[in-house]
Each structure stands twice: as structure tokens, then as C-alpha cells.
Design a protein around this ligand. Structure first.
Ligand SMILES: [Zn+2]
Length: 410
């Protein structure tokens, strides 16, 4: 196949000579069919039976497309199902990691009122954008690479509890990321297809303040009102926030009856930070604040759930993605820093270069109007395929470019 143009300098061996985009355009119909099968297999995070059924469908689709059976990942202690892991290509080389999840936020039965539908190039249905289309695009990207005999080292990990904090799937993602040269996360894109180069970190806390109960009419002075202490804590939380840090009280409860001084009061606090230093500062500040204001003591549970995915870890990958778009003749979709977390945070925390939002173009994650632009599924899959090829081709790229150099450690 001739090169597309002469402007190839040292990248001519990576021009789209394999015709990845054409190959994936040819798979457009199959991708939509696979997407329908996955969406019809509803998979709310809290329903182990449904999750297992959806996992089986995904395993079937993946095995049909790749000719390779996945490994089942370990489940949780209370019967939560684990996810799936495909490994392709030479085992000796550090793989490029693809990351996704098969669980959704939609309860079983959502499909009855919002069935899988494709109209005017838009697919709708529960979990279509977050993130079943991303899974389909990932599998077809790898299948197209197999067609051209790319033989690149790849691991594709799909978890089953991302929407509820990745307690079960998180360790598998972290382990896979730790041995990978880079992580590509197939979550839905930001606006208009933009990739996600940074995510804020997420911490949450449950604070329980102690008080002493007493009759609110007969001898309120004999009690110690835990709700008053908690109120002071809540109103001072903003002292811990800044331009890029939010500290938000979300759930609260206090007291036992309408005429009793509360002997306990509880609040849950959601914290989002752009960098790890801020996350640690808020952690210390929140604990100090509670200690100061809780007269009879308090218990603080929780802490950092996912550290931030910082922009520095996506920088090289963004440049590579941009070059891939040029080569594939795909318009550069841009990139964005976003507030929500994903398993991309875990990949970045493992010290692995990470780029997120490589999944579907569409919108409305966790919303009734959730949708996917099916006409752009092929170009997104082609971008993933081209990225995998480029990253795998850099033979001397260490598995963990951001791991500290021992000579520099101090
Ligand atoms: Zn998601």
C-alpha cells in the first residue's frame, strides 16, 4: 500500500500503511451488533448474577473477535464477580494495557423503558457510553491489529465494579498497570471526543462525632450536643478548599428522638483534588479540624480512595495520540482535565503513563440521555489500534517511565 503523502520523515514506517482506519470502518456493523449484545446484557454493579451473565457475553464476543480466551480475574470476598483479562502477543515484552469496566450504574429493568436503539447514527441504552462502546472498540482495535499480523504485546483488563469504587477490580488494574509500558483507558470521551489527560483525585470520609444524651426539656445542660459540634465542623470544611480542591459534605444524620440531645452525629465528606499534595493537605487538615471541634471525640473513617491522574503522566501519550490522528486522517479531538475518577487514576498511581477518555464519542454518562455516536466508533478504534502499535514499537521504552530513578531518589 503506498504511503498517504511524502511528509513522513522518520515516521514513515508508522504511516497508516496497514490501513487500520479502513479495516475498522469495515467493522462498523459488527461493532454495533456487539454493542447491542453487551447493552442487552444489563450489568448493574450491585447485581452479581447480572454481572456474571454480562461477563460471559463479553468473553464470548472477545473470544470470537480475537481467537483468544480471557482469564477470569479474582472475585471479591462476598461473592462479587471478578472481571476478565486478555493477553495477546509476546509474553516477554512489557504490554500496552487497555482498561475498561463492564458494570454500569443502571438497575436491571432500565432496558424496558430505554431499550437499545440506533437512530440517526446515535446508539442509546443503559451503559452504552459508560462504557460498553469503549469495550467493543477496544476488542475490534485489537482484532484489526491481529489481521495485519502486528503481534504486539497487549493486556486488556475489564473490571466489574468500577462504578462502586473498584474494591475488587482495582488491585487487578494496579497489578496490570505496574507491569505495563503505558495504560490506555477506554472510558467515554469528554466533549466532542476529547481525550482525558488528567483526573482529580478522590477522597471520602465518614466522620462520627460523639456527644452525651440528655432530655432536651428537663436538663439539656447535662448533655453534650454532638450535632452542634458536627455543625461547626461542617461549616469550617470550606477552609480546606481552594480553586482546584472541593470539600463537600454530602450525607448527614444525628440524634435519636425529637426531645433528646444527640449523643452522636455523622457526616460524609467528598473531596476532589488536582494533585496529591493537596489531597494529603486536606487529609491532615480535616483530621485536625475534627480533633479541634469535637468536644467529646470523634471517629474518622475513610481517606484517599484514588489519587489524582496528573497531566504530566499523559503528556507523551498525548503527543503520540496526536501523531496517530494525523496518520489516520482523523481530526484531533483535543483533550481535557476532568473531575470524575476512573480506573485511570489507579494506573497513574502505579507510576504508569496513562491516557483516558479513549472510548466512545457521545455523552450523558450516568444520565437518561446517555448516547454514543456510532459513526465515530471506527475512528476511535483505529486511534486505539494505532496507539498500541506505536507504543509497542518503542523497544527501549521502559515498562514504567515514571518510576523513580534510584540515583535520583532522596
Ligand atoms: Zn465508566
Amino acid at each position: 500500500m503506498p504511503l498517504a503523502d511524502a511528509d513522513t520523515d522518520d515516521t514513515d514506517d508508522t504511516a497508516d500503511t496497514a490501513g487500520l482506519r479502513d479495516r475498522l470502518e469495515g467493522r462498523a456493523g459488527a461493532m454495533v451488533a456487539d454493542l447491542e449484545r453487551l447493552v442487552v446484557a444489563e450489568s448493574p454493579s450491585s447485581d452479581p448474577t447480572a454481572l456474571r451473565a454480562c461477563r460471559d457475553v463479553l468473553a464470548e464476543i472477545g473470544t470470537a473477535r480475537l481467537g483468544v480466551d480471557p482469564t477470569e480475574l479474582d472475585g471479591g470476598p462476598d461473592g462479587e464477580p471478578g472481571g476478565l483479562l486478555w493477553r495477546l502477543g509476546p509474553a516477554a515484552a512489557a504490554p500496552v494495557l487497555l482498561v475498561g469496566h463492564l458494570d454500569t450504574v443502571w438497575p436491571r429493568g432500565t432496558l424496558d423503558r430505554r431499550p437499545f436503539t440506533v437512530a440517526d447514527g446515535r446508539a442509546t441504552g443503559p451503559g452504552v457510553f459508560d462504557m460498553k462502546a469503549g469495550l467493543v472498540q477496544g476488542l475490534h482495535a485489537l482484532a484489526a491489529l491481529q489481521e495485519v499480523g502486528a503481534g504486539v504485546p497487549v493486556a486488556f483488563v475489564v473490571t466489574a465494579d468500577e462504578e462502586v469504587g473498584s474494591a475488587v477490580g482495582g488491585p487487578a488494574v494496579t497489578a496490570a498497570a505496574a507491569e505495563a509500558r503505558a495504560a490506555l483507558v477506554l472510558e467515554g470521551s469528554a466533549d466532542g471526543g476529547a481525550l482525558k489527560h488528567a483526573r482529580r483525585g478522590w477522597s471520602f470520609y465518614e466522620i462520627e462525632v460523639a456527644g452525651r444524651a440528655a432530655h432536651a426539656g428537663l436538663e439539656p445542660h447535662a448533655g453534650h450536643n454532638a450535632l452542634r459540634d458536627l455543625a461547626r465542623i461542617v461549616t469550617r470544611l470550606d477552609e480546606l478548599a481552594d480553586d482546584t480542591t472541593t470539600v463537600t459534605p454530602t450525607l448527614a444524620a444525628a440524634g435519636t428522638t425529637r426531645n433528646t440531645v444527640p449523643d452522636a452525629a455523622r457526616v460524609t465528606v467528598d473531596v476532589r483534588c488536582a494533585d496529591l499534595a493537596a489531597q494529603e493537605r486536606v487529609d491532615r487538615g480535616l483530621r485536625a479540624l475534627v480533633e479541634t471541634e469535637a468536644g467529646l471525640g470523634a471517629r474518622v473513617a475513610g481517606g484517599v480512595n484514588r489519587p489524582p491522574m496528573e497531566a504530566a503522566q499523559a503528556q507523551d501519550l498525548l503527543a503520540t495520540a496526536r501523531a496517530c490522528c494525523t496518520r489516520l486522517d482523523v481530526a484531533w479531538p483535543g483533550s481535557a482535565a476532568v473531575g470524575g475518577v476512573s480506573d485511570g487514576n489507579l494506573c497513574a498511581a502505579a507510576g504508569t503513563p496513562t491516557l483516558d477518555g479513549l472510548g466512545a464519542v457521545g455523552g450523558g454518562p450516568h444520565a437518561e440521555h446517555e448516547w454514543v455516536d456510532v459513526t465515530r466508533m471506527p475512528e476511535r478504534a483505529a486511534l486505539v489500534a494505532a496507539l498500541v502499535t506505536d507504543l509497542a514499537a518503542v523497544a527501549d521504552r521502559p515498562a514504567r517511565t515514571l518510576a523513580p530513578d534510584p540515583a535520583e531518589a532522596r
